[in-house]
Design a protein. Structure first.
Length: 608
């Protein structure tokens, strides 16, 4: 029996089994060739993100909040009420980049750019460890070619960095449960703490871990009814895994504690929770939230993402030593439809493919009688973590205001599940192939059709508005150009102070362009700014976030005689910004036009 397990078996070369078999034995794929393919995928993904970086700059409201910390004095060192938006990790990284002398654009966008490239490797590591080297490379391909992930990797937002910490935390937690080693729990707690310092939802690994532990207990409880003699071993395993998870919670809590204490001097966590509660739409808003997320993804979709799906299918068919399934006409048509589904709606393709991959994972684990109980025990945690990860975010994400970037952690889980799905429908374990029932073979052969049908239905039910007018593009340098235009307005050569009302991203651009005196303001000033006690020329820049607000318009009418409008500058937001405020399925042209300009005014002093 021992000698038999030392020899490579048919199932070592398949994706129908668990991670323990794959990592504990010699991989079916030569590591040097696997690493070479990974390097090529990483190179392609990095190149796409560098191209996006070259067409990007700080433009989003939240980007401006995070990126302006360098120019503020103590005690806050940040844009007013910055703590309501996110914890201080990303702003601090950007600040230290500026202190180190990096160009402002690189300091602001560099952290997400690095995190986006690292996510390609992280998602490969997770998918490879939990399933198979082929699954890892396919998942890395889907991540590298995701235009949605590429766009946010060239931003100064927190979501790409949060997704990286989440992936690493769950990977380390899975290893802790699988190997029973404390060091992995320590690392999982560290990455969870970093996620918590990046975004207020950084506790997600803890929630996923607690839910996964309950699911594992339920699965083992059902299995123990069939095998009473193993129940004590299962209970011992569960107790150890609970202890390892508790260690993760303790370490993450210790890391989070200093920031939580600092919040007590600024009103505590209650204002932050109240601010977030305003954006919760609840279960009643789930269908509309999901629909708008799908529509937003269709706006941002291009040719690169579907090409990544096709590359994943091709990679799975070419993977060495995989036993390929018989390529019948239905299977060939189904695989073609799987690729075509990416062009219909890539987001739905990934989500449905991820769900089917999870189902196939449990199916393969339960149907393969050649897997020993010990191997099944080692394989189960990763699959349960992935399923809870996917299901929890599928429920929670559309219940929040449909900011497109919020789906990134859900997409990461979907890429892993979709990669397993692609590899599973193409490869086959010889023993399973002989024993598979007709229903099983039919489901495996035609399951890509389900992905295609769901994608087409989504594309039909969520058409974009056909009112004339183009959708926004991908170039994100509009505010950088507007800052240069404002700098070029010189009605006089006197020293000036520029107040920016409700537009932190433009504030960043003006400061980065070298404007000497720039400050945020939340009201229309009636007195000029001063230097050394003497009044100086005072300007006010107001943009889309407040320009069309009734309260601002009423206040502006009261002080209008004191101000001279110097210029109205048209603004064309990028997709990334436009989709936060606009619903592509129900476009409001009048609102779009009113929210697409900046007003530059100068205070008349002395007043008339």
């Amino acid at each position: 029996m021992k000698r038999k397990r030392q020899q490579p078996s048919g199932r070592d070369a398949t994706v129908g089994v668990a991670p323990a078999e794959i990592s504990d034995r010699t991989p079916a794929f030569a590591p040097c060739r696997e690493y070479l393919l990974l390097a090529l995928i990483l190179l392609a993904g990095t190149a796409a993100r560098v191209v996006a970086y070259s067409n990007s700059s700080v433009e989003h409201y939240d980007e401006g909040v995070y990126a302006t910390r360098f120019w503020f004095a103590p005690p806050d060192y940040g844009y007013p009420l910055r703590r309501l938006h996110a914890p201080p990790l990303l702003p601090a990284i950007i600040q230290w980049g500026l202190i180190a002398g990096l160009p402002p654009k690189l300091a602001a966008l560099g952290p997400s750019l690095a995190a986006g490239c690292a996510t390609i490797v992280a998602i490969w590591w997770v998918a490879r460890s939990w399933f198979h080297p082929a699954v890892g490379l396919i998942a890395a391909t889907l991540c590298a070619g995701s235009e949605f992930h590429i766009a946010y990797s060239a931003s100064a937002l927190t979501d790409v960095l949060l997704t990286l910490w989440l992936i690493l935390a769950l990977q380390c937690l899975g290893f802790a449960w699988r190997f029973g080693e404390v060091r992995w729990s320590v690392l999982a707690g560290l990455f969870t703490g970093l996620a918590w310092w990046t975004k207020y939802t950084g506790w997600l690994p803890l929630a996923i871990g607690l839910t996964s532990l309950a699911v594992l207990a339920g699965i083992r409880g059902i299995a123990s009814w069939q095998r009473i003699r193993e129940s004590s071993d299962r209970q011992l395993t569960l107790v150890r895994q609970a202890a390892l998870l508790l260690l993760v919670v303790v370490i993450a809590g210790i890391i989070w504690l200093p920031y939580w204490i600092s919040l007590q001097f600024a009103g505590g966590y209650a204002p932050i929770a109240a601010n977030h509660a305003k954006y919760v739409v609840g279960l009643w808003g789930w269908p509309s939230g999901l629909g708008r997320q799908i529509a937003a993804q269709q706006v941002m979709q291009g040719w690169l993402g579907p090409l990544a799906v096709g590359s994943g299918v091709l990679l799975a068919t070419m993977f060495p030593r995989l036993a390929l399934r018989e390529m019948t006409l239905p299977r060939a048509v189904a695989l073609g439809w799987l690729v075509a589904a990416g062009y219909a709606s890539l987001f739905v393709t990934s989500i449905v493919g991820g769900a089917l991959g999870i189902v196939l994972g449990f199916w393969a684990l339960g149907a393969n009688s050649q897997i020993s109980p010990a191997e099944r025990e080692r394989s189960l945690p990763g699959l349960v973590l992935l399923s809870v990860w996917w299901c929890s975010l599928a429920l929670a994400t559309p219940c929040y205001w449909p900011y497109p970037r919020l789906v990134l952690p859900w997409l990461a889980a979907s890429w892993i599940g979709t990669a397993f799905f692609i590899a599973r429908i193409i490869s086959v374990e010889p023993a399973c192939k002989r024993a598979a029932s007709p229903v099983h073979r039919r489901f495996i052969g035609w399951s890509p059709t389900a992905v295609f049908v769901a994608s087409v239905v989504a594309a039909i039910l969520l058409p974009l508005d056909d009112v004339p007018g183009s959708l926004p593009g991908r170039d994100r340098r509009a505010l950088e150009s507007i800052a240069r235009q404002i700098r070029a307005i010189r009605p006089g050569d006197n020293l000036r102070a520029i107040y920016v009302y409700g537009e932190p991203a433009l504030l960043f651009q003006l400061l980065a362009a070298g404007e000497p005196i720039v400050s945020p303001l939340e009201y229309i000033p009636r007195q000029p700014a001063s230097k050394s006690g003497e009044p100086i020329e005072t300007w006010l820049v107001v943009g889309p976030h407040v320009l069309a607000e009734p309260a601002y318009q009423a206040a502006w009418q009261r002080v209008r005689p004191q101000w001279e409008i110097l210029q109205i500058i048209d603004y064309h937001p990028s997709q990334l910004v436009w989709l936060d405020d606009q619903d592509p399925t129900h476009r409001n042209r009048e609102r779009e036009q009113s929210a697409s300009r900046f007003q530059v005014a100068r205070l008349r002093w002395p007043p008339r």
